[in-house]
Write a protein that binds this ligand. Structure first.
Ligand SMILES: Cc1ncc(C[n+]2csc(CCOP(=O)(O)OP(=O)(O)O)c2C)c(N)n1
Ligand SMILES: [Mg+2]
Length: 324
């Protein structure tokens, strides 16, 4: 099912917000206001936003490249930017940073720095949801590189054996840092690894409407009790792996080809031609996104640091007997 006009426009807004947000994060990192790791999602917004909008109910576990997904899930841009700035008003109270955006009130459980480490966590959550009789399910988002780890295969196996309500979503940008996927896997399409275990679906990750449709259908399939589904979306990141990667391993030609498929430009054209959205409305959505990012930056820079007394909060069981 394709999104309706309002949803398609909201997806566009969130994609523009995501891109503006990421450029602002890059700028403020360069100015020394953000530290630690920073993985930008520029180029992959169709996938990050449309998947979150399509997977309405249920729980989400994601990778460290998750700022845009967190906002599409409904977490305020201010709370995400403040987290990057390490401030007390951040979504993880300033102690998680870029890779650990965590908000159970939005059923969003990170952000994980360990490649593929969150996949078994999602399996456990899906098992619990099935046990509770809740089949709206769990979605776990991971990169192509994560599909080479043992935890990934173990997760496919048990999710399939137990018919768990779990959507595996692979963001295949063909790179794990600077390593091309075909150097470390025998094929470019990673859904082949899941084929023996469950239904697999391949989708163009640069096309927000196609991603929305694929994820929506996958969630329905899960809700009907058929067990897990594997959706793979081919996509492309425009920046280096992280802020400290100069992206020298990809040719100019490869980058040009990748940017020709720009997901924001594509959705804009679809809104104008298929949904009857006016140019003026598109410009209004873009302006709204810019001001949300400006507000988020102002909020983050004016917010206080977490208090020193809070440094051990949420690290250990409350009230436990710990030698610190
Ligand atoms: C278990 C583990 N091994 C290695 C790393 C170092 N590392 C961080 S990101 C990354 C690449 C992962 O690539 P992919 O899964 O394709 O995700 P992408 O960054 O492309 O979104 C690696 C190897 C890590 N964080 N955890
Ligand atoms: Mg990758």
């Amino acid at each position: 099912m394709k999104p309706d006009k309002l949803t398609a426009e909201e997806i566009y807004y969130l994609m523009v917000l995501g891109r503006q947000f990421e450029y602002a994060a890059k700028e403020h990192y360069m100015q020394g206001e953000i530290s630690g790791f920073l993985h930008l999602d520029i180029g992959q917004e169709a996938l990050s936003v449309a998947a979150m909008k399509a997977f309405e109910k249920g729980d989400v576990f994601s990778t460290y490249r998750e700022h845009v997904m967190a906002m599409a899930r409904g977490i305020e841009p201010k709370a995400v930017m403040a987290e990057l700035f390490g401030k007390a008003t951040g979504v993880s109270e300033g102690k998680g940073g870029s890779m650990h955006l965590f908000d159970p009130s939005h059923f969003f459980y990170g952000g994980d720095a360990i490649v593929g480490g969150h996949i078994p966590n999602a399996v456990g959550c899906a098992y619990a949801r099935k046990f509770q009789g809740d089949l709206s399910g769990v979605m776990v988002v991971f990169g192509d590189g994560a599909t080479n780890g043992g935890a990934f295969f173990e997760s496919l196996n048990i999710a399939s054996a137990q018919k768990l309500p779990l959507l595996f979503l692979c963001e295949n940008n063909q790179y794990a840092i600077g390593t091309k996927i075909t150097r470390v896997a025998p094929f470019e399409t990673q859904s082949k690894k899941a084929d023996p275990y469950m239904r697999t679906v391949d989708v163009d990750g640069m096309d927000a409407l196609a991603v929305y449709e694929a994820v929506r259908e996958a969630q329905h399939y899960i809700e009907e009790g058929h067990g897990p589904v594997f959706v793979e979306a081919m996509t492309c990141r425009y920046e280096g792996h992280s802020i400290s990667d100069a992206n020298t391993y990809r040719s100019e030609q490869e980058m040009t080809l990748c940017k020709q498929k720009d997901p924001i430009a594509k959705l804009k054209a679809q809104l104008l031609s298929e949904f009857g959205t006016t140019q003026a409305h598109i410009e209004a959505l873009e302006a709204k996104a810019r001001s949300a990012v400006d507000e988020a930056v102002a909020f983050a820079s004016q917010s206080p640091e977490p208090p020193l007394e809070a440094r051990f909060d949420h690290l250990f069981e409350e009230g436990g007997d710990h030698a610190l």
